[in-house]
Design a protein around this ligand. Structure first.
Ligand code: PFF
Length: 485
């Protein structure tokens, strides 16, 4: 496809970039932990059902929206519907908000990689525990801001190269490398004594409660909302990413097959990431006599406290595994972050084109990254609430759903509300206003029509219903409303 907007160099390049966007921090700390806490297989089953009937359908729809209009998020909604044209703005706003914390977490990964490198180089020097290191890092705002800036400079350098010259090139090397590193960590993790307990936590129904990891299993509605929220975040849906990436895709490519590959690859990597981190964390906890319910298996503490302790307990070889692991997480974070930056950058590029000007990609990407740096500085300085910065949360509004820190607040606005709301509106627009056929015509340019009935039924009925349930569950979760008991 040769137009002045640019395009992917190949279908595999597009696929690796889309998988790169999907595979991120959400896979590594979100999926395994939520799976274990929500009844192992029950969660996996609900997740898979949602991935097929909701995730796969929205993925196809978004790719088709982008390719049909040849425009980024705002342009695509504008071109497709008068009533829903404002939804595009939601999907530019959300990636911008997600980047406020995603880049800070990416900065933490760089810091931990450097730390393990220095432990490797200066073997024998005094080594601090994961929790001491994490505490020291969070209470050093200058360090956090500096590493966040470094992370954003990396994103800038990739994004300014464009979709094929930057994003595709990075993912073509990064994704295979990530996979190899993941396999190395899985082998190390599963050969630690006690690792089986961690596997059982993830996969055996009811084991998390029986063994004492958690007091009680969450109810069905909560599991549904948790799995749904996770599925959206993990597949990078309702954030404009797939619309944007689809807009650079050739008409002859098969959107059905591509969507299926992205969904399957993301789910496989999430499961593999779980097998890499949970058994290691549990094995190390058991060896150190930590009660199972006190082992931190999710969120930032899993990555930066529990796993750092695991690497340090491995002796002289530990820092090497540490470097490999944090590099893996860093690559996953970068490949997701550049997709978020691209949504915003493409919006400005398209806007310039609409005015008959040629957008200067270098300048646009630089300004986008600078704007992200401003909001990210707030999250970095806040240090997950360690530094006493004011947060619009519990103390201010008497709401009890999220911890008083800027990261959780930003997460609540984007992942919690904007994502399911965006998907709900998208499905109503496609299912009931412009009608599924509009997108099916686009899908047929590269794929057979066997999917028509399934797509139309899901986008009209299943997706909106699922979205309302997920949205209610998220609001309940974040605001602690107790709707589901
Ligand atoms: N999918 C990424 C993850 O699992 O960490 C995060 C993400 C990237 C969410 C891009 C949304 C998005 F548009």
């Amino acid at each position: 496809m040769a137009n002045e907007r640019g395009s992917w160099g190949s279908n595999i390049g597009f696929l690796l970039a889309a998988i790169g966007s999907a595979v991120g921090l959400g896979n590594i700390w979100g999926f395994p932990y939520k799976m274990g806490k929500s009844g192992g297989f029950t969660f996996l089953l609900i997740y898979l059902l949602l991935a097929v009937f909701v995730g796969f359908v929205i993925m196809m729809g978004e790719l088709a929206m982008g390719r049909k209009t040849g425009k980024g998020t705002v342009g695509a909604y504008h071109a497709l519907s008068k009533k829903f044209k404002w939804v595009g703005w939601l999907a530019v706003f959300s990636p911008f908000v997600i980047m406020s914390f995603y880049s800070v977490l990416g900065g933490y990964c760089i810091e931990y990689m450097a730390l393990n490198l220095s432990n490797l180089a200066f073997a024998g020097a005094e080594i601090k525990t994961g929790s001491d290191l994490f505490g020291a890092m969070l209470t050093n705002p200058f360090g956090c801001v500096a590493f966040t800036l470094l992370f954003l400079i990396i994103c800038y350098l990739i994004n300014r190269g464009g979709v094929s010259g930057g994003i595709e090139k990075f993912n073509k090397v990064g994704m295979p490398a990530l996979f190899v590193m993941l396999v190395i960590i899985i082998i190390r993790s599963l050969t630690l004594p006690g690792a089986m307990e961690g596997l059982k936590f993830m996969f055996v129904p009811g084991y998390a409660v029986k063994a004492g990891f958690i007091a009680a299993e969450p109810n069905f509605a909560t599991v549904l909302a948790t799995a749904g929220g996770q599925m959206f975040f993990s597949l990078s849906l309702a954030m404009g990413v797939m619309i944007t990436y689809g807009s650079y895709l050739d008409k002859k490519e098969d959107l059905v097959k591509n969507s299926a590959v992205i969904v399957v690859a993301d789910t496989v990597v999430a499961t593999m990431a779980g097998i890499a981190v949970i058994p290691a964390a549990v094995a190390n906890g058991i060896q150190n006599g930590i009660p199972l319910n006190e082992i931190k298996l999710g969120g930032p503490s899993l990555l930066f406290v529990t796993l750092q302790d695991v690497f340090q307990a491995m002796g002289t070889i530990g820092p090497l595994f540490g470097v490999i692991f944090y590099l893996l997480v860093l690559i996953a974070a970068i490949s997701s972050a550049i997709s978020l930056v691209e949504v915003v950058a493409t919006f400005f590029m398209d806007r310039a084109a609409a005015k008959g000007q040629e957008g200067n990609r270098h300048r646009i990407v630089l300004l986008v990254c600078l704007a992200i740096m401003v909001e990210a500085a707030l999250v970095a300085v806040d240090g997950l609430g360690s530094n006493g910065i004011w947060v619009p949360g519990q103390a201010t509004f008497g709401i009890h759903g999220w911890n008083d820190c800027w990261l959780d607040f930003m997460d609540m606005m984007s992942e919690g509300i904007a994502m399911p709301l965006g998907a709900l509106l998208m499905s109503i627009m496609v299912g009931w206003e412009i009608k599924p056929k509009t997108l099916l015509d686009e899908i047929h340019s590269g794929a057979s029509s066997k999917i028509d009935g399934f797509f139309a039924f899901c986008i009209k009925f299943i997706v909106p219903l699922g979205m309302v349930l997920i949205l209610l569950g998220q609001i309940n979760d974040f605001f602690g409303l107790g709707i589901f008991g």
